[in-house]
Structure formats: structure tokens, C-alpha cells
Design a protein around this ligand. Structure first.
Ligand SMILES: O=P(O)(O)OC[C@H]1O[C@H](O[C@H]2O[C@H](CO)[C@@H](O)[C@H](O)[C@H]2O)[C@H](O)[C@@H](O)[C@@H]1O
Length: 498
């Protein structure tokens, strides 16, 4: 209030802040100190900006009955709730309802019943109800300049806009009452408990990322024997492998493929019965460099923005990412989060921007990632780009580009070339791979080929199978590439070893 009157002297004599001091629940030293400071501040403001007929701050420090509070709310053109910490403060909701008024209130105030209703809210971003009040002016209560400017905006806003904001809030408050919340909570509980007894429940993650999820009992470990027997019976095979977290461990600092990986990929892709693709979010240059020994291996880089069918063929670029202007909007926002999140960084790819936060504090990075996701989601609402969360990354990429499309493209080309696959294997570990799983499961035609959609790690997934880690994946792939020696070749010695 002091800042507002200092910066906008024209408001002097025109505005009054009524501060209702609700009785504190405790009576400790801190409460007494806060009260003392409140009184001193009010006295100072009144002394500096008041006059015999004008008191800018009215402090009411006594229990105020509900009818009296309602009267204050009904006449207040703006309500400010700027606590630095709070649970679920209902004052903004009460204020909105009181501003809608009743016929009795209108009569008492001498207002026509058909006159438009308005209300203005300035709320701290830290109060529980802040996210639900989309028409409120949200402030950081520690930023005094921003709070003062928000109050000025609220007071000077055109009446028509105040009306729109009020209507929106009033609609929300009256439709999301206690009955609504109780019912939706009960429905959620019902939904979560449906099939409860037929599901397996597991706890995942740590700290803020801890979740309990249920998995279908049909979700099972991929047995090498099972896949090997299908592999041997088939000869038009499509194999899709994600890179990070699938063939290369997420924890490994060295991201280049080991000689073992190269040898497996080379053997698999050199088999004329196989169409093998590495489908990754990584850029094309590093993937092409790392996988250079595998001449017949297909690569889909940047989630399929670039596709190359073999080492000697040209890169095909997706037509979906022609407009990349949104990068100019995303880059400064990501920079802001990078500055405020120690251990985070930005990766610039040809078609995408990635915010990496693997090395930041685990709990803080989760909160920041959620906030960035939300922030970018609203900024990019009308742009041809999507925001996705991956393993320790928040990525913005062209709309429509997905690993799912890669799988579809490869499988369609096989079908159109008269080589409809009779065996499909797809292994991936994170959210972007789920698109691929979905695509493959929908693509599967009749007669159904032998399909093995497999996630890495036992977690909720569209995949029917799981393998524990990258070592397990490599062991399974190795199993496919190793021809068992014919029995005749195995020499059995009957000589005693004793
Ligand atoms: O589709 P993938 O093969 O799984 O690739 C996804 C992302 O891989 C890279 O990020 C990953 O490695 C980083 C370390 O090199 C790590 O910090 C991050 O947490 C991992 O997600 C790559 O940098 C991204 O562009 C890819 O989207």
C-alpha cells in the first residue's frame, strides 16, 4: 500500500485498504512481533499519506463476525490475499460470492439488482487456491513492486474486463462446491480401486517422484527362449531399438556404443531378413558417427525428424517441422529456468530444444520441470510444437514428429514392398518410446506377426513385456544373433578328466 501510494500519488484520498487481522491461532513471540510490525506500518502509512478526513489503512484487530466480513467483501472493489505461505485459503472464494450479492444486499447498498457484477483479485502465487483462479492477478508476495503494480492494474482495469473476470470466477466457485469435490474424489477412488485385486502394485521412484502404480498381471518378463523360437521361425523381421537407456545404460557417462553393441547391431542389420532401426531422440550427427560400422542399420534421429534407411542412403527430413520459429520463444524461457536451476543446461538440436536437469537437486528439478512444462505448454498453445517430459529432460519438438510415426513409416514400407513383417521387436525405455509401442500395437494386422513390444524396467507401459536393464536387452539381442551350433559339430569327449 505504501509503495502504491508512493508510485501513484493520484490514488491518495481515493483508496482505502481494510486489513482484517484474523485472531491468530497461537500467541507466540513471532505473532506478537508480526502484529507490532503491522501496527507500525499502518501508522506510518496513515501518517505519510493520510489527512484528518482520510485514513489509507484501516486495521481491524478484533473478531469480525461473518455478516460484517461479508459486508466488507461486498463493497470492496479489489481483494488482495498475498500470504507467503498458505494451505487452502477460502477468502478469495468468499469474496467472489459476496461480490455477486443478493437482492437484500443490493437493496441495502442501494444498487439496482440488474447492475453488472464485478470483482478483482490479487493473489499470492503461493496460496493453495491460486491455480484455480485463472482470472486473478497472480503475484510473488516478496516482490513489493509487482504487488503494488498488480493493485494499480486491478483498480484501473476497465469495468468490462472486471466483469468478465468476475463471471468466470463466480461460475467456477458455484460449480466446484464441496459436493462437486466430494463426488469427484469418490469417483477417483472408485476408478483407482477398480480391478484392484487383479492388479499388481509397485512403488516407483524416490522423493517427490515416488508413485504407486498397478501393472497388469499379463505384463511379463521377455523370455529369451520364447523370442528366439519366434525369431527362428520367421524371415521378414522388423526390429526397432531405442538408444539411451535401452542399448546404452542411462547411468553410463560414455554414451558411445561399446564394441559389443556395434557387433550385435551389425550382425542383426546385416541379416537380409531383418530391417533394423535405431530410433532415438539424439541428433543425427552423433548417431551416424557412432554407428558408422553398421552399413545396413537404419537410423531415426531426433525422434524421427530425420530418417536414414542405411549408411549410404540420404537423410530424409520430416515435412512436419518446417516452421521452427517457436524456438525463439522457447529458448529465453528455458534460459530462465537454467539460470535458476543449478546443474541444468540447454541442448540445441536441429529440430528441438531440450532442457536437461539430471545433475540438479532431485526434488527441486522435479518441481522446476513441472513448472517449465506448464509454462511452455501455455506459451506454445498455438504453435506447431509440443512439450514432452523425458528422462531428466523437458523437450520441445515439432508437433507430429514422434517415434510412433517412424515405426508406422517403416512397417508401411515393408507392407507396400510386399514384405509384410512376420516378426516385430521393439524395445525402449522412456515416454517417447511409448508412442512407438502404441503405433506397433495398432499396426499389427491379421495374420498377426510375432510381436514383442518390450519396455526396459518393470513400470507402467503399453508394452506387454519387460526386461530389467540394458544388460538384459543386450543379452537378449545377443541371443538372437548367436546361431546355436548344430549338434553334429559339438564334439563330446568320453575321455576321463580325472
Ligand atoms: O530416444 P533416446 O535414445 O532415449 O534419447 C533421448 C535423449 O537422449 C539424450 O539425453 C539423455 O542423455 C543425457 C546425457 O547424455 C542425459 O542427461 C539425459 O537425462 C538423457 O535423457 C539427448 O541429449 C536428448 O536430446 C535425447 O532426447
Amino acid at each position: 500500500m505504501e509503495q502504491l501510494l508512493r508510485q501513484h500519488p493520484g490514488l491518495q484520498g481515493k483508496i482505502v485498504l481494510v486489513q482484517i487481522v484474523n485472531p491468530a491461532r497461537g500467541s507466540g513471540k513471532d505473532v506478537q512481533e508480526a502484529k507490532k510490525e503491522t501496527y507500525l506500518t499502518a501508522t506510518r502509512i496513515n501518517h505519510l499519506y493520510g489527512s484528518p478526513n482520510y485514513q489509507p489503512v484501516v486495521l481491524i484487530d478484533r473478531p469480525v463476525p461473518r455478516y460484517e466480513k461479508s459486508a466488507f467483501y461486498a463493497v470492496a472493489e479489489c481483494c488482495i490475499v498475498n500470504a507467503v505461505r498458505d494451505g487452502m485459503n477460502l477468502v478469495p472464494y468468499n469474496y467472489i460470492v459476496c461480490r455477486q450479492r443478493t437482492r437484500l444486499m443490493d437493496d441495502a447498498l442501494g444498487i439496482r439488482t440488474d447492475s453488472p457484477r464485478t470483482s478483482m483479485l490479487v493473489v499470492s502465487e503461493f496460496i493453495g487456491c491460486s491455480p484455480s483462479l485463472s482470472g486473478a492477478i497472480r503475484v510473488n508476495p516478496w516482490d513489493i513492486d509487482a504487488v503494488s503494480e498488480a493493485l494499480n492494474t486491478a483498480i484501473t482495469m476497465p469495468e468490462s474486463e472486471k466483469r468478465l473476470r468476475h463471471d468466470k470466477h463466480y461460475r467456477y466457485v458455484t460449480t466446484h462446491d464441496v459436493v462437486y469435490w466430494t463426488r469427484s474424489f469418490a469417483q477417483e477412488l472408485d476408478r483407482a480401486c477398480q480391478d484392484h485385486f487383479s492388479k499388481l502394485c509397485w512403488g516407483f521412484g524416490f522423493g517427490l517422484s515416488f508413485r504407486v502404480s498397478s501393472l497388469s498381471p499379463s505384463f511379463r518378463r521377455l523370455s529369451t527362449d520364447h523370442i528366439l523360437s519366434a525369431y527362428k521361425r520367421t524371415n521378414r523381421r522388423a526390429i526397432f531399438l531405442d538408444y539411451d537407456g535401452t542399448v546404452v545404460p542411462e547411468t553410463s557417462i560414455i554414451k558411445t556404443p561399446s564394441p559389443e553393441i556395434i557387433s550385435i547391431l551389425k550382425t542383426l542389420s546385416d541379416d537380409p531378413n531383418n530391417t533394423v532401426f535405431i530410433v532415438s531422440g539424439r541428433g543425427r550427427t552423433s548417431l551416424a558417427d557412432w554407428l558408422v560400422p553398421c552399413q545396413n542399420l537404419g537410423i531415426a534421429a531426433e525422434h524421427g525428424y530425420f530418417i536414414r534407411w542405411s549408411r549410404d542412403s540420404k537423410w530424409e527430413t520430416s515435412p512436419l517441422g518446417v516452421d521452427l520459429e517457436w524456438k525463439k520463444v522457447v529458448e529465453p524461457i528455458m534460459s530462465l529456468y537454467t539460470e535458476t536451476t543449478d546443474g541444468s543446461s540447454i541442448e540445441t538440436k536441429e529440430s528441438a530444444l531440450v532442457w536437461h536437469h539430471q545433475d540438479a537437486d532431485p526434488d527441486f528439478r522435479s518441481c522446476q520441470a513441472m513448472e517449465l512444462l506448464d509454462h511452455l505448454g501455455s506459451v506454445l498453445a498455438n504453435e506447431p510444437a509440443v512439450v514432452k517430459r523425458g528422462r531428466h529432460i523437458v523437450e520441445v519438438k515439432p508437433q507430429g514428429v514422434s517415434k510412433g510415426l517412424v515405426a508406422e513409416k517403416v512397417l508401411s514400407r515393408m507392407v507396400n514392398g510386399g514384405n509384410a513383417p512376420d516378426f516385430v521387436l521393439c524395445v525402449g525405455d522412456d515416454k517417447s518410446d511409448e508412442d512407438m509401442f502404441q503405433s506397433i500395437l495398432t499396426f499389427v494386422s491379421k495374420p498377426a506377426p510375432e510381436t514383442f513390444v518390450c519396455t526396459v524396467g518393470r513400470k507402467p507401459s503399453k508394452a506387454k513385456y519387460y526386461l530389467d536393464d540394458t544388460a538384459d536387452v543386450l543379452k537378449m539381442l545377443q541371443g538372437l544373433t548367436t546361431e546355436p551350433r548344430p549338434l553334429a559339430e559339438i564334439q563330446v569327449s568320453f575321455e576321463s578328466t580325472a
